[in-house]
Design a protein around this ligand. Structure first.
Ligand code: URA
Length: 447
């Protein structure tokens, strides 16, 4: 019997893209499905991804890639759940713990949050790693348990099942090792395939910009945001993006339990102002996209939910329903503590003018908060608490950060690298914006 010849040759697809040509829908599907089914040699997968990285993709190609990746696995049908189903997605930032504020805040404001999150694609912990810092919390629920939890509390967050956009998982793993992550069409299709598969009505994207983000300039961040917003809107979802700062870590805490504890502080009416403000802005925009009134009215609803303690109660309810111990939410000092605590003292006088976020994320991973290989476990208690951020004046000998770890041997190198990540000048730096722009279907509003 003759075996069926493949419809396309990867060699031809690579040649076409390498020379700047446009791939057809069929060619993109052949590639994506072949990646998911492991029928394409790895070298050819890598070569086509690098050609895409170098030549880019048209909007039509990016949309076709997104749809093909979404259709490579299961899609969630949330239609049996009441209310407007919303999701927020960050393109990834160091110290970004807004999900733990935004999810209970929007649920306490009447929206439905049925969220599937990842473990972190690279070396730092993701939302699921952070949630697992809550003693007993279950991030794996059956679909029936997940839906029951959402019906009960208006809110549940679980780990993303491997069946959602499996082609993305495969393709991301290759991009990660061939240095092809930072590509607008590849990031947009990766994120939006998972968001569309997750089945919510509203998608709010938090696109990070700055030294610690994939997108280093506002122009690139706006282009990525616009690409994702267009894909979402074309798929019939209300989609918008806020562009937020990642030139330094968000808030003061970096690490799994440390970040959840800081988010909980915000729900208690305390915590750093940048985490609070960004969470309120994101939540209010989600209410706006859900048709709850104009932007001012939405902000008032969100602030009431925060100030009344309703959002804190929502998080406690979610934690209890998912098997966790909510005493850590009521009293964040009860979170797991690292055995070794080390204060980093300033070796200089001056003003902090820069904090390389990505590099600081690497230091936190070195202390145990991230993973070296994708299969490694993370240490919930490890990480960094910043004592000073950009703009602060420091005097020699003052504490600039505290390191937490169970790996005593990592402290000296972590301290050295942390200090390398901090730039000091004799004048205070110009103040930076926290939120730069809002990207809608047909306009960009700069703040
Ligand atoms: N997050 C994703 O899910 N995919 C990317 O490509 C980058 C960030």
């Amino acid at each position: 019997m003759q075996s069926e010849a493949p419809a396309f040759r990867m060699y031809d697809l690579i040649t076409k893209k390498k020379r700047g040509g446009e791939l057809t829908e069929e060619e993109i599907r052949y590639f994506v499905n072949g990646c998911a089914a492991n029928t394409i040699p790895r070298e050819q997968e890598a070569a086509l991804l690098m050609a895409i990285w170098a030549q880019g993709m048209t909007d039509t190609e990016t949309t076709e890639m997104t749809i093909a990746m979404k259709e490579s696995g299961e899609t969630m049908d949330l239609s049996s759940l009441p209310g407007v189903k919303v999701d927020k997605h960050s393109t990834g930032g160091v110290g970004d713990k807004t999900t733990f504020v935004v999810a209970p805040l929007t649920a306490a404001s009447g929206l439905t949050v049925a969220k599937m999150s990842g473990r972190g694609l690279g070396h730092t912990g993701g939302t699921i790693d952070k949630l697992e810092a809550i003693p007993g919390f279950r991030t794996t629920l059956s679909m029936d348990e997940f839906f029951d939890a959402v019906r009960k509390n208006g809110l549940a967050v679980i780990g993303q099942s491997g069946e959602l956009a499996p082609a993305d998982k495969k393709i991301y793993a290759i991009r990660d090792i061939i240095a092809a992550v930072d590509s607008i069409p590849l990031i947009a299709s990766s994120i939006m395939s998972k968001k569309l598969a997750a089945g919510t009505d509203v998608i709010l994207l938090d696109v990070k910009v700055g030294s610690g983000a994939f997108m280093k300039t506002l122009e690139d961040a706006e282009k990525l945001a616009q690409t994702m917003v267009n894909i979402g809107e074309r798929a019939g979802k209300r989609t918008e993006a806020l562009i937020t700062d990642m030139n330094q870590p968000l808030g003061l805490a970096i690490g799994n339990a440390l970040e959840v504890a800081e988010a909980v502080e915000v729900l208690h009416g305390k915590g750093p102002e940048d985490v609070r403000e960004e969470s309120v802005m994101l939540s209010a925009e989600m209410l706006y996209l859900s048709g709850r009134g104009d932007r001012d009215a939405c902000r008032r609803i969100v602030e009431d939910a925060l100030n009344s303690g309703a959002a804190l109660e929502k998080l406690c309810a979610m934690v209890r329903t998912q098997g966790g111990d909510d005493s850590v939410i009521r009293d964040p000092s009860l979170f797991p503590q690292a055995p070794f605590v080390h204060e980093v003292l300033a070796p200089w006088d001056g003003y902090i003018v820069g904090m390389a976020a990505e590099y600081i994320g690497g230091v936190s991973a070195m202390l145990g908060a991230g993973r070296e290989d994708l299969g490694d476990a993370v240490d919930p208690a490890a990480g960094i608490l910043l004592k000073k951020k950009c703009g602060a004046q420091v005097k020699k000998g003052e504490v600039v950060a505290t390191l937490y770890t169970s790996k005593k041997e990592s402290i000296a190198e972590a301290e050295k690298r942390f200090l390398e990540a901090v730039s000091v000048g004799s004048e205070p730096p110009a103040p930076r914006k926290l939120i730069y722009a809002r990207v809608e279907k047909d306009q960009v509003v700069r703040y």
